[in-house]
Design a protein around this ligand. Structure first.
Ligand SMILES: [Zn+2]
Length: 183
């Protein structure tokens, strides 16, 4: 579906949650997903401070679940990932999980896209780290991530979403149902 076919709702001049100026644009549109059915995508972008975020919601309620998949080859990097703002991503091999900024962001990408997001965060952490030993740990972590992106290292990726708005789309995936969150 091209951008112009989308039925998009755009609301300008909204209050930005970061700078509080009324210069944020909210958009909402629906996509049709082969796995999850219709999904609503929400974005916010502030024209003043540059803040942006996105989230998504399944219009046909999904199952609160923990998804787990082994990434064993370069092909597995293209496994599709649908992540809502409430979903937590974990890579136990690296002892890493999403930080608070990534935690509140919803997006549709693939395994590679998730790993590259982690990579970017770790690079900026490393660049800001004064402690030599900690820098070295982060450097080693980045080496491990490079190996995964080259298809040379096997990891397990987990996605936990009690709101039921996330999924890893693959035949290889293990799904454990969870109790729904009470709202
Ligand atoms: Zn702003």
């Amino acid at each position: 579906m091209s951008e112009s076919d989308r039925d998009m709702l755009i609301v300008d001049n909204q209050q930005c949650p970061v700078c509080a100026k009324e210069s944020a644009t909210f958009t909402e549109f629906e996509i049709e997903d082969a796995f999850a059915g219709p999904i609503a995508i929400f974005t916010i972008r502030c024209n003043d401070c540059g803040f942006r975020n996105s989230d998504l919601e399944f219009l046909e309620p999904g199952v609160p679940a923990e998804y787990s998949v082994d990434i064993e080859s370069k092909e597995d990097l293209s496994i599709r990932v649908i992540k809502s703002g409430e979903c937590e991503i974990k890579i136990p091999n690296f002892r890493i999980s999403v930080d608070s900024t990534m935690n509140s962001e919803g997006f549709i990408t693939n395994v590679e896209g998730v790993i590259v997001k982690f990579q970017k965060q770790i690079i900026s952490l490393k660049d800001g780290e004064e402690d030599k030993a900690k820098r070295k740990t982060l450097k080693n972590l980045l080496k491990g991530i490079d190996q995964v992106l080259a298809g040379e290292k096997k990891i397990t990726m987990k996605m936990i979403d009690k709101s039921g708005n996330s999924a890893i789309v693959s035949d290889k995936v293990t799904v454990k149902k969870l109790r729904a969150t009470k709202k």
